[in-house]
Design a protein around this ligand. Structure first.
Ligand code: PA5
Length: 428
């Protein structure tokens, strides 16, 4: 399960205020639970089954199985919403060097224009048995477009034109130029859901395919998301008990109290890429019209020794949302033995790092809550089910939060504007 712990909100945003605001704005929750007509073209993610039905999962698993037989390395070419969620899930589930099982590996391209990084990607492919997946909703974005060409040419050099064609999958909009290319050259084509913007595609084949290639149990992940959807969209339940709604209200009340940054903080570095996914989701969805909390993240305990000082004592513009895992998994225990050298850490003899890490968490949350609101999102475990829940929880919260703020969560006019300037510079 996933819960919102409000015990450390402090004085600037209180649980009572959240409950009062819940009553005052409950129409917003009801509208979002139903899915607003004006956003119909962007709400394909709201009902998980629309793009992750059992039949679709069958097809995704079948394709992933074929690709796993054909290759040991899956180059995921995509940027922003087109690669962050898969990367977030793999990192959270413990992937090392992009691999969960030590045999099949995902490498990331299409998210940079740096020659240095792209050379590294090509180096990473050497000696491996490779398939590439180009994920591009409109196939105009520079990073995936240029990386696709680079890796396609590498594949042709390695396997010849026909061999390469059998190793190329593209995920795009039906009828797009990418779709045409696939038909013309015999690449496998998969559907990027039209009514789902990139940053809301975590629970669609855009991400489920690379996850399945890596060996993630995508059925469990989708089952977790479906359960979360059932809870959060239950219109018969009391709105004041809806954790996504309360979290969105905390964010709105924090904004009203003059706070301008939300830090997503966590004590498990395995959430590093999840935090990038979160930053993109909220940043692109809410940061417009001069509004929106700036989404940032902090990886503790390391950054307690850098950002932590600012968080506690710097300009009072922050709220801090903690992500906390309640139950240790099989690899989450490591006992520190006693020492025959007097290193003055004797008080740690026999302690488990799980407990030491928790002590650091509870102490820093208590200290930070003296000056800033610190809601905590608690999840029982880190597994596929809970990741599915987390993805859905944050996407639905983001929709609610943007609606409370009065911005359109599904467009990104600023991004479009910079792209036009860049295209002009490059002579497109
Ligand atoms: O969420 C979004 O809409 C963006 O972050 C896109 O995912 C990102 O720009 C990639 O777009 P595309 O898949 O069209 O290349």
């Amino acid at each position: 399960m996933l819960r919102l712990n409000e015990n450390h909100l402090g004085a600037r945003v209180t649980s009572d205020e959240v409950s009062r605001a819940s009553g005052a704005h409950s129409d917003v929750l009801a509208r979002c639970q139903a899915g607003e007509e004006r956003h119909a073209g962007s709400l394909g993610w709201l009902h998980v089954d629309d793009w992750a039905s059992d039949e679709r999962l069958d097809r995704i698993e079948e394709l992933a199985g074929r690709l796993r037989e054909a290759a040991d390395t899956f180059a995921l070419i995509g940027v922003g919403g087109s690669n962050n969620a898969a990367r977030a899930a793999l990192c959270a589930l413990g992937a090392r060097d992009g691999s969960l099982d030590g045999t099949h590996r995902v490498v990331y391209a299409g998210n940079t224009l740096s020659a240095f990084e792209l050379r590294r990607v090509l180096e990473d492919l050497e000696g491996r048995n490779v398939v590439i997946d180009c994920v591009a909703k409109n196939f105009e974005t520079l990073e995936p477009g240029s990386s696709f060409r680079l890796l396609r040419q590498w594949l042709v050099g390695r396997y010849g034109p026909e061999g390469a064609a059998r190793r190329i999958v593209c995920c795009g909009t039906p009828g797009s130029h990418l779709d045409d290319l696939c038909h013309e050259h015999g690449y496998e084509f998969t559907t990027f859901p039209e009514p789902v913007g990139g940053r809301y595609t975590a629970l669609t084949e855009v991400h489920l395919l690379p996850m399945a290639f890596a060996g993630v149990d995508v059925r469990a992940l989708v089952a977790g998301a479906r359960s979360e959807e059932a809870l959060l969209r239950d219109r018969t339940a009391d709105p004041a008990d809806n954790p996504a709604w309360r979290y969105a209200l905390v964010r709105r009340l924090a904004w009203d109290a003059g706070l301008r940054v939300e830090l997503l903080s966590f004590f498990e570095p395995r959430f590093r890429w999840f935090s990038k996914w979160y930053e993109q989701l909220f940043g692109e969805s809410e940061g417009k019209d001069g509004l929106g909390l700036f989404p940032a993240s902090a990886e503790y305990s390391e950054e307690l020794h850098s950002l932590g000082q600012y968080v506690q004592d710097g300009t009072h513009q922050l709220m801090e949302t903690f992500l906390d895992v309640m139950e240790p998994g099989p690899l989450d225990s490591l006992v520190l033995g006693g020492s025959d050298i007097d290193d003055r850490f004797g008080y740690l003899d026999g302690c488990d790092f799980w407990e030491i890490n928790k002590a650091s968490f509870t102490a820093s949350r208590a200290a930070h809550a003296r000056t800033l609101p610190c809601p905590t999102i608690e999840l029982d475990r880190v597994d596929e089910e809970h990741l599915g829940r987390l993805f859905y929880f944050f996407m639905f919260s983001c929709y609610l939060s943007a609606e409370l703020l009065g911005v359109n969560p599904f467009d990104q006019p600023g991004v479009e504007a910079y792209k036009q300037l860049m295209f002009r510079t490059l002579g497109r």
